[in-house]
Ligand binder design. Structure first.
Ligand code: UD1
Length: 310
């Protein structure tokens, strides 16, 4: 039986991946519960191992990763604005912690590491869609940290023979995304406002666009990246290949719910990029990426989940 380790497995994306992996092998979750919750893995708790451990602690995590078939490295302190207001922890987790994970994997005989990179690496270059061959232009500490993780993935492959694949996640949304922090992803905040009947605050004019990707599509792609041949040391976009503005999505959500709640507008956020959209050609060709959820379907499922758990 294959052994999988998911760092950040109690988080929003990690917990979805854990559920996807459970039928395929034994799954260990490594999570410090900083932004994750044990309740996220409650329904699979009896068939997984859970380790409350911080990836900044190299000695603690090394034995947990040892001899795994695949390590999915999703543990991170996410958020562009958080990395600006509080840059030290995000640096320590996203760069030092990531180094610890690659090192533990290389020294512990792990076959492959799938690394959660970020579309933020592209920055504000005007060309759309974003292709992996473009020069990165990180605009925030978070973007720089996630890019450094890609470089480490590539170097651990070339220097230490560790199989690695980096997936640049593009604005993932879906059930279990936590709407309660000032750094929460915008769609989780929109859902919370919609169900409470309150106005969201849109930073800027709302015409910024993102390639919003449903969490199950991302989890499926992680599994494909673990198994694909001829892809090690490489970086792939894990997006949908579309983009929607915040104004459009807030309108769409109001239509789905049959309500009218005008948004409020605030100043643009530091470190924000204007537009983001993935070229998915390489992920489709090399990894077999085939996203299943349209934005309407993804939003409906997500909204249903927030309604049920509210
Ligand atoms: C960025 C990355 C994404 C990464 C995420 C991690 C890009 C293009 N995307 O997402 O890949 O996974 O960081 O955190 O860099 N907003 C509001 N009101 C709110 C909250 C946000 O208007 O209450 C706006 C933001 O200013 C931004 C957009 O919504 O323009 C999206 O913000 P957010 O959901 O935080 O994600 P990104 O920073 O785009």
């Amino acid at each position: 039986m294959k052994r999988f380790v998911v760092t950040g497995g109690a988080g929003f994306i990690g917990s979805t991946l854990v559920k996807t992996l459970v039928p395929h092998g034994s799954v260990s979750v490594v999570d410090n519960l900083l932004t994750g919750y044990e309740r996220n893995i409650e329904e699979v708790r009896s068939c997984i191992e859970f380790h409350k451990a911080d990836i900044r602690d190299a000695a603690l995590i090394a034995p947990l990763l040892k001899d795994a078939d695949t390590v999915f490295h999703l543990a991170a302190i996410p958020s562009v604005p958080r990395s600006i207001t509080d840059p030290i922890p995000s640096h320590e987790v996203n760069i030092d912690g990531t180094f610890n994970v690659f090192r533990a994997a290389a020294e512990g005989g792990v076959r492959r590491v799938v690394y959660a990179a970020s579309s933020s690496a592209y920055g504000d270059t005007p060309t759309l869609p974003k292709t992996e061959s473009m020069t990165p232009h990180p605009k925030s500490p978070y973007a720089a940290q996630k890019l450094m993780g890609e470089y480490y993935a590539s170097v651990f492959h070339s220097c230490f023979g560790l199989e690695t694949v980096s997936l640049r996640f593009f604005n993932v949304y879906g059930p279990r995304q936590d709407p309660s922090s000032p750094y929460s992803g915008v769609l989780s905040v929109f859902m919370k406002n919609l169900l409470a009947g309150t106005s969201p605050t849109i930073f800027g004019d709302g015409e910024q666009t993102r390639d919003f990707t449903y969490v199950e599509d991302v989890a499926d792609l992680c599994v494909k990246a673990a198994n694909a041949q001829g892809v090690t040391g490489k970086v792939y976009n894990a997006g949908n290949g579309g983009r929607y503005s915040l104004n459009y999505l807030w309108d769409l959500l109001q239509r789905i719910e049959g309500v009218k709640i005008p948004a409020q507008f605030g100043p643009p956020r530091a470190g924000d990029v204007r537009d983001s959209m993935a070229d998915t050609t390489a992920a489709v060709a090399d990894l077999g990426h085939s996203p299943r959820f349209s934005i309407e379907e993804g939003l409906r499922r997500t909204l249903e989940w927030y309604r049920k758990t509210n």
